[in-house]
Design a protein around this ligand. Structure first.
Ligand code: O7E
Length: 215
């Protein structure tokens, strides 16, 4: 099963079980640009799932580790995860440019500049301008911004270098709408529960894919 280069849909594959993850990935791959692997799947199935998902789907794999440590520890973690076949790693920017650079020296990196949940307003949103400046300086592949607040995505887009992509979680289960956030300037939407927890993941992915194609 091969993926779709024109797709703007990323599957957040937040299940524990290896078999279930591989099945959903194969069913939905046709409609996806990439698969995002987060701690639940790594804890449940081991880091080898990254290689297995790549082999099964041919899709890029985003390791969503939200790395937030000193440069040396970020480097120790990221080197093994890139070796396992991850194409991108997500890192937090608030720990500072040296920590982010340690990941960027090893491979393509995505920096969190604002998160999608209500609590993001407490500490992360007040720092978003500085995190966007950091991204403009370091020029990572992309940044994470909230699909739950399209107006913030538009704001971040207006301040961010145009070559840096915006990836937005929060569509579906968290209330965000695919069309709205893509119109606001997102390049990709990241969707988890609305696909993997639905009765028919393939059909849910297809519908979301069609929605993104209409924008
Ligand atoms: O709500 P869902 O089920 O569609 O899943 C959303 C996924 O995106 C899930 O893996 C969650 O950990 C992640 N996410 C957010 O929901 N909000 C954020 O602000 C950031 C992420 C994310 O992908 O982090 C990358 C740093």
């Amino acid at each position: 099963m091969s993926g779709n280069n024109e797709s703007r849909l990323i599957l957040a594959l937040d299940v524990y079980e290896r078999e279930r993850a591989l099945k959903i990935a194969e069913q939905t791959a046709e409609y996806l640009w990439a698969i995002k692997v987060n701690w639940p799947l790594i804890i449940g199935s081991g880091l080898g799932i990254v290689t297995e998902l790549k082999d099964a789907t041919g899709l890029p794999i985003i390791a969503d580790l939200k790395l937030a440590d000193i440069p040396n520890t970020n480097r120790l973690i990221a080197s093994r995860v890139f070796e396992a076949g991850a194409d991108y790693i997500i890192a937090h920017g608030f720990v500072g440019s040296d920590s982010v650079r340690a990941v960027m020296e090893l491979g393509k990196t995505i920096i969190v500049v604002e998160m999608s949940h209500p609590g993001a307003k407490e500490f992360i949103q007040p720092a978003t301008d500085k995190l966007v400046e950091l991204a403009n300086r370091l020029e990572p592949f992309g940044v994470i911004a909230p699909a739950t607040r399209p107006e913030r995505v538009a704001y971040i887009r207006s301040r961010l270098n145009s070559e840096v992509k915006i990836l937005t979680p929060g569509v579906g289960a968290q209330g965000g709408k695919a069309g709205e956030v893509l119109k606001a300037g997102a390049d990709y939407i990241i969707v988890g529960r609305s696909i993997y927890a639905s009765e028919n993941p393939r059909e849910s992915a297809r519908r979301l894919y069609e929605e993104t194609m209409e924008v």
